[in-house]
Design a protein around this ligand. Structure first.
Ligand SMILES: Cc1cc2nc3c(=O)[nH]c(=O)nc-3n(C[C@H](O)[C@H](O)[C@H](O)COP(=O)(O)OP(=O)(O)OC[C@H]3O[C@@H](n4cnc5c(N)ncnc54)[C@H](O)[C@@H]3O)c2cc1C
Length: 475
């Protein structure tokens, strides 16, 4: 393969990820993509033409050396491949599965100009899974000589908290993550369903960090169990806030207090974290209706719809006020939802929820929409078509409209400024307006993506290192 000419590489067809049969998979929570074989992975990696200016690297928020890990894979040098990958990304099995590659690295892949882009995400997943299975994960534990006598407390164990922990532990700092829930991983665990991201994959990557010496304390709510100031008093030299944006947003519709109305976070947490799908074996129940309607068309909406589908209702419908082209979900998630039988009512918007005499939701009034001029975000603005309202059957509604940030830490700590909608304000080093307190991830941006949270976490880790080095020099 190594001798292949560029023109021949360009002709190789993209290997598509094999998927489980939709009719089978929609009844269980097992992972949907099957994964590449070694032969498929090597063939797909050989499509990379190792172009002089790899835009894919710039397209990746953590700047993975993509051609580097692909070329090592093509040669069958799996150790080099995983070393290159993990040099910049500590969570490759996770990112390979959930990153929006179609909007990032693969979008700018030069092969994609004439052919389909190289399947970078699926290859990242392949290399990372292979390395895990064959014990090839590089050891980033700092040597004794590198150990630094300064410690950092991290609030939240989502991708932001995990990345800051990994980056700082590599440099020899003592790092402890405080997580409010009884499982680490943040949205990776409680939001993204197991058929997209198996629990074992998350556990494996978190265990790699623990092996480096990252400590994790569960059931510890910063702002209640310990305040930020108490952490400093306990001897921490810096605090990093990576508590995400988990506050549900509702629509404010008439009828929203009816039985059968959920926020996506609650529904997904019940199933993913509390295993309500296995009730009564697990103690948390969930009641899924017969005609389920999900509002929104992002990843959260697809996850809620596909999760509901696994409880075997009569119908699951996504209602979205724009068209398919504007849907923010990963292309793959939309496709998988369609394959599993989720219906889509694009260009429709809910206006009212209608209940029966016992306050159970039974119908939703929707209105048809059309698209007008683009708004400030560049997406065409949806406009309601007067008089086009009609009712659809609906005994369960799940609102998947994004999330707000939880004010617990900022309301219990003086001096951390927030913006107009409550997100923590940071400078170019990731430091908040309170000295020694840093923040990264959804808590500074609102709901975003795993890899964006990781990119900001790297900035914060560099900022913390600089800050603590300066403190050491003063001593
Ligand atoms: C259902 C769903 C599906 C998604 N799908 C994708 C996808 O496919 N691809 C993608 O790239 N992105 C996806 N996202 C977005 C992505 O998961 C988030 O952008 C990312 O997880 C943000 O990382 P974070 O570390 O900032 O926060 P989070 O992942 O939210 O983690 C924050 C952690 O902090 C903990 N915490 C909160 N408050 C406290 C406190 N006071 N003290 C201690 N701990 C606290 C929380 O329990 C949580 O564990 C999805 C989001 C959702 C909700």
């Amino acid at each position: 393969m190594a001798d292949l000419k560029t023109k021949d590489r360009m002709k190789i067809k993209r290997t598509e990820m094999p998927l489980r049969d939709p009719e089978v998979r929609k009844h269980d929570f097992d992972e949907v993509p099957v994964g590449f074989t070694m032969e498929e992975a090597v063939l797909e990696a050989s499509r990379c033409i190792d172009c002089g200016k790899p835009h894919c690297v710039e397209g990746c928020p953590v700047n993975i050396n993509i051609p580097g890990f692909l070329k090592a894979l093509e040669k069958g040098d799996m150790q080099s491949s995983i070393n290159i990958l993990m040099n910049t990304n500590q969570l490759p099995s996770i990112c390979g599965r959930v990153c929006p590659q179609d909007q990032q690295c693969e979008l700018v892949c030069i092969v994609g100009k004439k052919n389909k882009p190289v399947s970078i995400g699926n290859l990242e997943r392949f290399v990372a899974d292979y390395a895990m299975e064959h014990n090839l994960i590089p050891d980033f534990t700092p040597t004794e000589a590198m150990e630094v006598d300064q410690k950092i407390a991290i609030a939240g164990s989502g991708p932001a908290g995990l990345t800051v922990a990994a980056e700082l532990r590599k440099l020899g700092y003592k790092v402890k993550i405080f997580e409010a829930l009884h499982k680490p991983g943040g949205v990776l665990f409680y939001g993204i369903p197991r058929f997209r991201l198996p629990a074992q994959v998350i556990d494996n990557e978190i265990n790699n960090l623990k092996k480096m010496g990252v400590e994790v304390e569960l059931n510890a709510l910063i702002g209640r169990t310990y305040t930020v100031d108490a952490l400093f008093e306990e001897g921490y030299d810096a605090v990093m806030i990576g508590t995400g944006a988990g506050l549900p947003k509702m629509l404010g519709l008439p009828g929203e207090n009816l039985k059968g109305v959920f926020a996506a976070n609650e529904f997904l947490t019940r199933v993913n974290l509390m295993r309500a799908d296995k009730f009564p074996e697990y103690i948390t129940p969930v009641i899924v209706g017969k005609d389920v309607v999900i509002i929104g068309a992002g990843n959260t909406a697809m996850d809620a719809a596909r999760t509901a589908m696994r409880f075997e209702p009569n119908s699951v419908t996504i209602v979205y006020r724009r068209s398919r082209d504007e849907a923010p979900a990963r292309t793959e998630e939309l496709l998988h939802a369609e394959q599993e039988g989720v219906k889509f009512l694009f260009l429709n918007n809910p206006v009212e929820l209608i209940g029966d005499e016992e306050y159970n939701l039974k119908e939703m009034k929707v209105i048809k929409m059309e698209l007008g001029e683009p708004d400030e975000g560049g997406r065409r603005r949806p406009i309601a078509i007067k008089g086009s309202e009609y009712n659809i059957k609906c005994d369960m509604m799940v609102s998947a409209l994004g999330f707000g940030v939880n004010p617990l830490i900022t309301s219990t700590t003086k001096g951390i400024d927030v913006n107009s909608w409550g997100a923590i304000v940071v400078d170019e080093n990731g430091m908040t307006t309170k000295e020694g307190v840093f923040a990264a991830g959804d808590i500074i941006t609102g709901g975003s993506t795993v890899i964006m949270a990781m990119g900001q976490a790297k900035t914060a880790a560099k900022g913390i290192d600089r800050y603590l080095k300066a403190k050491r020099e003063v001593k």
